[in-house]
Ligand binder design. Structure first.
Ligand code: CDP
Length: 232
């Protein structure tokens, strides 16, 4: 008999390797991987293009009114890499850029935006067999997730990792810009009224500052094994 397909939630601060771990874990288990942050980034890109967010300016009313015009889907590019589609456009590269990162946490604070995305995320996880990463996955999206992981790493390590990631994608930025953005987003994400970033009480914490990718994957696979041998 095929074993039960779990829901695995991975939360944590900006750029501590959540998506990398979630993707590798999903590949290993043959599960679906969902990067919930990409959904917030794609909504943000839509709002930026409409001119509804700019520096400190935020036209919340227009954003809320137009949410049903935003269709998000996940697909694969020609190399088999997972990408997000915003109204059918592959915007995977664009949403990683600094101008999107600079305002995404403001958009993610809007209650109606969260309601829309949480509902879509819950639908994606209905049948289990999913690894989803974000800020509120173990607390709000899947409070009954089978496994909840909470990742953390030092700010120095996170800045270096994000810098490398952006350089590899050919996105121009500086160390200072990355550092400022991570600190700023963590602050907004942790203190917002709607679904703030916090560790679920039953989440297992991993500080992966000193771990290589293979080591953190190994650790996560062990957590899955432990959970599967202790079903509740
Ligand atoms: O990759 P990184 O950890 O830097 O961020 P991300 O996962 O791409 O998420 C971008 C932003 O979306 C976060 O800073 C949050 O403001 C927001 N977000 C959220 O509020 N809830 C989620 N479940 C995922 C992301």
């Amino acid at each position: 008999m095929e074993s039960k397909k779990l829901i695995i939630a991975i939360d944590g601060y900006s750029s501590c390797g959540k998506s990398t771990l979630a993707q590798e874990l999903a590949n290993s288990l043959n599960y679906i991987f969902i990067d919930s942050g990409a959904m917030y980034r794609a909504v943000t890109l839509y709002c930026l293009r409409k001119g509804w967010v700019n520096g400190n300016f935020l036209d919340k009313e227009s954003i809320i009114k137009s949410l049903d015009q935003i269709q998000l889907d996940f697909s694969q590019d020609d190399n088999g890499v997972k990408v997000i589609l915003l109204n059918s456009e592959n915007c995977e590269q664009e949403i990683r850029k600094s101008y999107v990162a600079a305002v995404v946490s403001k958009i993610a604070e809007i209650k109606e935006v969260r309601e829309k995305l949480v509902e879509e995320q819950q639908r994606m996880g209905e049948r289990g067999g999913i690894v989803m990463d974000g800020r509120d996955i173990g607390t709000v999206v899947f409070p009954n997730a089978d496994i909840k992981l909470f990742l953390t790493a030092t700010i120095e390590v996170r800045v270096e990792r994000r810098l490398l990631e952006l350089q590899n994608k050919g996105i121009e930025t500086t160390k200072e810009e990355v550092r400022e953005n991570l600190i700023q987003r963590d602050l907004i994400d942790s203190n917002r009224k709607e679904s703030p970033l916090k560790r679920a009480e039953d989440a297992i914490v991993l500080d992966n500052s000193l771990l290589r990718r293979e080591e953190q994957l190994q650790w996560a696979l062990e957590q899955v094994q432990i959970r599967k041998s202790n079903p509740t």
